[in-house]
Every structure is written in structure tokens, then in C-alpha cells.
Design a protein around this ligand. Structure first.
Ligand code: SF4
Ligand code: SF4
Length: 388
């Protein structure tokens, strides 16, 4: 779709790839999270999808995704992460992966794996899929199936993980950790080794959307977090050359914020099932921002001109203490969605930062909620949530 607008002149660095004739505003996006659908058989209480899930009737059609994937390659994207919801519920997934391969994108399937027969996984491998990431909710069915709200899910995940390695596809085990499953981390690490995974992501819940609604039931104690950090550090040493372990701690207990998405509108973006293009997967939790759609504009135009992308790009928007901070080009002030969730203003410093005036309050809140006796979940459903 042609979107001829004059290039902006507001101080952002312009970047080109070697051999490119034109100048591309605001850097080159490296990777995209393609949320093919919000449909999912699981109901995780920390799901990063928005509270208002997009209905199947609004999803981009196959032809639209095929066009969009072609556009991705055209604007310089290198990696596509097929996600959801559960991406394997889309009947056209093999065709979409084949298209990504055709245009030279590295493709990763982020899946709960409970709906993936072996022949379909083999077809995805044949279509050029480069990597599989399977989420696990625990180390055994009792905890895992309760957290995911899906009976026999854990056993199915183990089966698909084995097929993944049989087919010689690289495997990442993604373990989302919280107060009610952290005690299983040693077994999860053993499980990842037994599955011959290349990488284990020990990813503590981040609290937006569904996770924010379930924060009291999920927040770990500081003692649990300290113990986890010690365990992960020791296992990273012990398993060098066998398993790479990444550790993402909960922001509430952090001293410095994470460099969220590599900076807002700087390296990554997200496409929702209905085609909305978002600077991050949780961006819709920020009220007052509107997002452009691949149905109305080209990706090239959206990356350069979308008001939502430009709202928090660079450092000019920053308030104090970020504005005069030596770290502002490193962490870009942290996470906008978290700043909104915890302060009501996405333009504030992320309270995960010890320099934020809100930091002490957030830390105290985490400690209080970690001590809560409230363990029942509100499951993620299309009807706005179902109590356990
Ligand atoms: S977090 Fe759970 S409910 Fe959400 S998309 Fe992933 S598997 Fe489905
Ligand atoms: S004040 Fe802002 S820029 Fe400095 S460390 Fe904190 S969040 Fe990062």
C-alpha cells in the first residue's frame, strides 16, 4: 500500500544497511512477533495477550499474512516469531512458514505444543522452520496442568519436545516462573537437559494484563527469588556447553529496569491477530495510544510514521530522573507498559528503577503480595476471565 509522507526531521538517527540506496528512518526493525491468533486451548493466568482478546472473525486472512511476511523482508526484518495465542490453531501455519522461508526470514515457532501432531511438526520442518520454543508450566502434570488450565497438557508437551529434537530442530524450553511453581525449578532444569534442549528460559512473570490481575497469586517472595538466582547461577556454570540458561527476574525486585524491547520502536515490533502493529506485545494495555493496521498502511509507513511508535522513541520524551541519567541510552527508561500499569502514566520512569520516586512503594507492594494467602487463579478466557 503506498503511503507517501515526507520523511520526518526530528533528530532521530537514520540508519541504512550496506548497499541500500535510500535512508530508512529510525533504525531497522530486526524481529517481529507475529501473533497469528488469540485462540488458545490453555488459559494461563499470566498470559501476555490483552484482556480483550481479538476474535477469530477479525484475524488476518492467509493472503494478508502472506503479503505482510513479504513486506517484512522488504523493510529489513531478519526474524519472525510465530506466536499467539496458539499459532498451531491456524490451518495455514505451514504456508506462512514456507512464505517466511521463501523471503529469507529466520522463523521461530512459539507454541504451547498441545495441538501439534508429529506429521504437522514434520511439515513445518519441511517448510523451513528454523526453531521451536515450547512453554512449560511446571515440571510435572499436577502443577503444570493446573497452571495452564488444560488437562494432560504437560504430557503432550514432553512428547512434542522429543519429536522436535528427533526432527533435528533446535529447541528452547520456556518456563514461566512464579510463586506457585518456583519450587520445581531444579526439576525443570533436569527436564530441559533430558529433552536435549539448547536453551532454557527461566522467565519470571512480568505483571501486565492477565498477570497483573493475578499478581497476588503469582508474586514470588524475595527469599524465593534470591534462592532462584543462586540456583540459576550455579546451574549455568555446571551446564556450560550442555544447556544455555537465561534468567529474567521480576521487575518489582530489580534495581535497574530491563531494556524493554531493545527500546520502544527501535528493534522489534508486534503484529496482532487482526493486524494492529504494536511497539511491544503489551502496548495495548496503555490507554490513549492508537495503533495502525497492516490493513490500512504498509509496514514501512507504520514503522516510520505511526504515532504510537514515535510517542516514546529515542530519549526526548523522557522526564527526570531519566532525562539527565547516564543510563538513558542503555535502558531507554525501562518499560512503558509497566510505567503505565504502576503509575498511570506511560511517560514516567519505570518504577523498576531504584531512581524512580515510586520504586520503594513497588518493592513494598511486591513483598506484601508475595505474602498473600490468595492462590486461586483468574484464568485467561475470551469471556474476560474465569475464576479457578
Ligand atoms: S500464555 Fe498460555 S494462554 Fe497465553 S497464549 Fe501462551 S499458552 Fe496460551
Ligand atoms: S533513571 Fe531512567 S535512564 Fe536512569 S537507570 Fe533509571 S530508568 Fe534507566
Amino acid at each position: 500500500m503506498p503511503d507517501d509522507q515526507p520523511p520526518r526531521d526530528d533528530g532521530f538517527q537514520l540508519v541504512t544497511r550496506p548497499g541500500e540506496s535510500g535512508r530508512r528512518p529510525y533504525g531497522i526493525p530486526l524481529a517481529v512477533l507475529a501473533e497469528l491468533t488469540h485462540r488458545c486451548p490453555l488459559q494461563c493466568p499470566y498470559c501476555s495477550n490483552p484482556l480483550e482478546l481479538e476474535a477469530a472473525s477479525k484475524e488476518l486472512a492467509t493472503e494478508e499474512w502472506l503479503r505482510v511476511i513479504g513486506e517484512l523482508a522488504g523493510i529489513g526484518v531478519l526474524q519472525i516469531h510465530f506466536s499467539g495465542g496458539e499459532p498451531t490453531v491456524r490451518k495455514d501455519l505451514v504456508a506462512l512458514v514456507a512464505r517466511a522461508t521463501e523471503v529469507g526470514l529466520y522463523s521461530n515457532l512459539i507454541t504451547s505444543a498441545v495441538m501439534l501432531p508429529r506429521d504437522r511438526l514434520a511439515a513445518l520442518a519441511d517448510a523451513g522452520l528454523n526453531h521451536v520454543q515450547i512453554s512449560f508450566q511446571g515440571a510435572e502434570p499436577l502443577v503444570a496442568d493446573r497452571v495452564g488450565g488444560f488437562r494432560n497438557g504437560h504430557a503432550k508437551k514432553l512428547e512434542v519436545a522429543r519429536w522436535t529434537r528427533d526432527l533435528d530442530l533446535p529447541l528452547t524450553v520456556n518456563a514461566v516462573m512464579h510463586r506457585q511453581n518456583l519450587h520445581q525449578l531444579p526439576d525443570i532444569i533436569d527436564m530441559a537437559v533430558a529433552l536435549d534442549a539448547d536453551r532454557l528460559e527461566v522467565a519470571h512473570v512480568q505483571y501486565y494484563g492477565w498477570a497483573l490481575k493475578n499478581r497476588q497469586a503469582l508474586m514470588p517472595t524475595l527469599a524465593q527469588l534470591d534462592e532462584t538466582s543462586r540456583l540459576v547461577a550455579a546451574e549455568q556454570q555446571r551446564l556450560k556447553g550442555v544447556l544455555v540458561i537465561d534468567h529474567v527476574i521480576p521487575d518489582y525486585y530489580a534495581e535497574r529496569p530491563k531494556q524493554c524491547m531493545g527500546g520502544w520502536g527501535r528493534q522489534f515490533f508486534n503484529i496482532s491477530p487482526a493486524g494492529k502493529v504494536l511497539p511491544c506485545h503489551a502496548a495495548e494495555t496503555i490507554t490513549g495510544l492508537s495503533f495502525d493496521s497492516v490493513r490500512d498502511h504498509s509496514l514501512d509507513w507504520i514503522w516510520a510514521h505511526s504515532a504510537a511508535f514515535n510517542r516514546y522513541r529515542g530519549t526526548d520524551w523522557m522526564p527526570e530522573p531519566c532525562r539527565s541519567c547516564a543510563h538513558k541510552e542503555e535502558d531507554f527508561g525501562g518499560c512503558r507498559c509497566q510505567a503505565f500499569a504502576l503509575t498511570g502514566d506511560a511517560g514516567n520512569t519505570d518504577p523498576a528503577c531504584a531512581l524512580s520516586p515510586m520504586h520503594a512503594r513497588i518493592f513494598a507492594l511486591a513483598e506484601t503480595e508475595a505474602g498473600s494467602a490468595q492462590n486461586a487463579f483468574l484464568y485467561r478466557t475470551f469471556s474476560g476471565g474465569t475464576p479457578e
